[in-house]
Design a protein around this ligand. Sequence first.
Ligand SMILES: [Zn+2]
Length: 464
Amino acid sequence: MKQFLILISFLFVYYSTAGIEQAPPNFKVRDKQAVFVDFRRAQYNITFDVQNHRALVETKILFEQKQKGYPLFDLVNRPLSVTIHDKEVEVSLIKTPGDASKLRMIEKELPKGIHQVIIHSEIENGTRFSTNDRKPDWGNVSSGFFIRDLRDRMFLEKYLPTNYEYDQYRMEIDVKVTGTKRWHSLFTNGEKTKVSENHYRVRYPDFYTASSLYFHLVPINRFVRYYLTYPSIDGRDIPVTIYSNYRFYNYLAKKKAWKVMRELEADYGAYPHDQLIIYGTGLRGGMEHAGATETSIVSLGHELFHFYFAKGVHPANGNSGWLDEALASWRDKGYQTVDLPFYDSANLAAHNLYTRKTDKRSYEYGRSFMGYLDKQLKEIGKPGLKDFLRVFFAKRKLTTVTTEDFKSDLEEYAQMSFQADFFQYIYGGHMPPESGHKHVDHDHGGEENPHHPARTEAEMLSIL
Ligand SMILES: [Zn+2]
């Protein structure tokens, strides 16, 4: 019965999210065909063992493989073990073509179909255990899955097994803190159920990618917290959590957040997330997740803007990340209009196809380019680029997009070509990078392997 219910609930929420079409091309490693796959769902069971200072994870991933080959995923820490169809398999760390990044390849050729992999691993990054020598039963743990987009392999793969950013998939986390009597709180951007004081279950929206999830586990007495609600223009009361070391920070963050939220909802429509989490950090800088940010007061407006462009519309790859920084930076400087970009030519979006990081010049160069697009739209009698962004956001909300998607939507809106401008100022005189597989079944690609038949989705679900 339970399995039946799981199956039914899966069928109801199942839809084919965009993704695999935006994956980089498959490639060969030592004559083996490495293949990008489409994650359907991932269950992460995490135990923070305070006595032994270890954070162990069991991950179950259900994925679809479109052609025969050796499946790819990523995890920065070396996995402790990987099991496919009940057999332990080897995993190797491989370089992508042109050395743009690294990935994990499962050393087992699998047929086209739905498969399940179970990965055991340990979380070390972002995690700190403390023991109390006088009271050995009262240790604690702090763990934050904070991400970065300007450097390689700094998304969820730094903490948990995941995929390239093109993939939107359903994630669930079950997290326990054991070996301590101290209680812990979890700040996270999903639907959270508290099983007991040190045990939470969280389910995240299906549109999340490797750069969406926010997870911050801390001892229960850490941080000053504000629990509030923000009244959205669409009538929802959005739950807001603001936490930091200082009540004064929370006060300032609340004031600024309300002001910027009103501005953004007026410009681009209703806030696209189910909650808003603000974690107050240092004096400068910040980073955005989906509806959650760790940020300074100075960067708060920039990060809130990213909840629309970066985490409301997600970049599908590193070559599309420039867009979010260009737009956020364009807003930061007051949406300026310029006659021409200040630079002759730059390549922000035609880097190696396997690049995951965003070009560092995206802010300054990208902002100038957006000011130039604004000028051109105004010249043909349109209200300007902000008006286009509202249309673009409404159309592409909760999907993953490429630079070419942005360009073609802009051309459709303006009824004019921007080919030459993108070629010169964004692609640096290169052709736009080809995105993705063609998904043609090669001669033997679709063949069933009699020793490891591809199981049906329902069969795999009964295993999960
Ligand atoms: Zn930014």
